[in-house]
Write a protein that binds this ligand. Structure first.
Ligand SMILES: [Zn+2]
Length: 113
């Protein structure tokens, strides 16, 4: 495996992981939404309802960031396929390896972001 192939495989793997995380959170949120709907038939002031809604907000936040990551992962794979991965579009210079290691989906170098 060449270095390029290894980088590509790593990005594709990360994209699969972020997709799976988003799908899992979506399913959890879905289940919670259904649970909350059946709760509200009973008593509006049920303390259980409060727990469910704060749990819902938390999951919704996690889902939003998982979707954001999944989008970034997908964009990184596309950039790689276009031969643009690891090149900062703002300054046109290669992004230092350490910066890509810390955040593989990074689009711009630290100086430009
Ligand atoms: Zn730059």
């Amino acid at each position: 495996m060449t270095r390029d192939e290894a980088v590509r495989a790593g990005l594709v793997e990360l994209r699969a992981q972020t997709d799976a995380r988003a799908a899992r959170l979506e399913a959890e949120l879905d289940a919670l939404t259904r649970a909350r709907r059946s709760e509200s038939d009973d008593d509006e002031h049920d303390p259980e309802g409060v727990t469910l809604s704060s749990q819902w907000s938390m999951l919704a936040g996690l889902l939003a960031s998982a979707r954001e990551d999944a989008r970034a992962a997908d964009a990184a794979v596309r950039r790689f396929e276009a031969g643009e991965y690891g090149i900062c579009p703002a300054c046109g210079r290669p992004i230092p390896e350490g910066q890509l290691e810390a955040r593989p989906f990074r689009e711009r170098c630290v100086a430009c972001s």
